[in-house]
Design a protein around this ligand. Structure first.
Ligand code: URA
Length: 233
């Protein structure tokens, strides 16, 4: 891979900045200053520095975001604020997109990645990837409602897949589903004549939301979390 491509994919600089830096002696490969940005390197084994900083090649990036209210799960939008705007400038250049959607007023765990194939597998209904939400409802969820939610309600003319509902009290609890239908949890509660007043995703594909992340904060997934994600998709 060419050095300028390597550096721009790592979101360190643009390709033209890489050429300038190379001419100015700002790039080294395996300890040797290189003057040309079109030189080919092995991204897995070459030791590259840019303006004195080591640049480690990562094919894909995986981010955990604690989504706040008021942001849409999209990469750009002419009117609304998008979750991408919560990232720093460098991460915004990595071509990340949300793995699935949370509504504008839903909070919590959103994974952002540029690994399209994994994202596709995680969202495929075939793979039954679990998503768990903490919810508060307007009215009491009775035992009968709980059982109906678990065994399936009709959405879009189809029975929803089996879910798990654990109530904390009569109007709040956790619901785990394996599908990702549009407004799924809100519509499931509506199907039992209730209404969601608060919704937060607390787990996705076996990865819990990191409690140390405040709303709007994010971090890269650990290697363990990435393996977990791969094992689910
Ligand atoms: N279900 C919903 O209704 N909204 C979300 O944002 C996620 C799941």
């Amino acid at each position: 891979m060419r050095i300028d491509k390597f550096l721009s994919e790592a979101a360190v600089c643009t390709r033209s900045e890489a050429s300038k830096a190379a001419r100015a002696g700002g790039i080294t490969v395996d300890g040797v200053t290189v003057k040309r940005a079109d030189l080919h390197i092995d991204p897995e084994t070459s030791v590259v520095t840019y303006l004195g900083e080591r640049v480690v090649y990562k094919k894909f990036t995986y981010i955990m975001l604690n989504k706040p209210e008021g942001y849409i799960s999209a990469t750009d939008d002419p009117r609304e604020r998008t979750v991408l705007e919560l990232l720093d400038e460098r991460s915004r250049r990595l071509g990340l997109f949300p793995a699935g959607r949370l509504d504008k007023n839903t909070l919590g765990l959103l994974i952002l990645t540029n690994d399209g194939a994994l994202c596709h597998r995680l969202l495929s209904p075939k793979n039954h990837v679990e998503k768990t939400y903490f919810f508060r409802s307007e009215r009491d969820v009775t035992e009968e409602d709980r059982q109906r939610l678990e065994s399936g309600v009709i959405l879009d003319g189809e029975l929803t897949k089996p879910a798990r509902v654990a109530l904390d009290d009569s109007r709040s609890g956790r619901i785990t589903v394996t599908e990702g239908k549009f407004h799924q949890i809100k519509r499931m509660l509506e199907a039992v004549c209730n209404k969601i007043v608060f919704l937060e995703r607390i787990e996705f594909a076996g990865i819990p939301l990191d409690p140390s992340l405040g709303r709007g904060e994010w971090r890269e997934l650990t290697d363990g979390e990435i393996s977990r994600l791969r094992s689910q998709g």
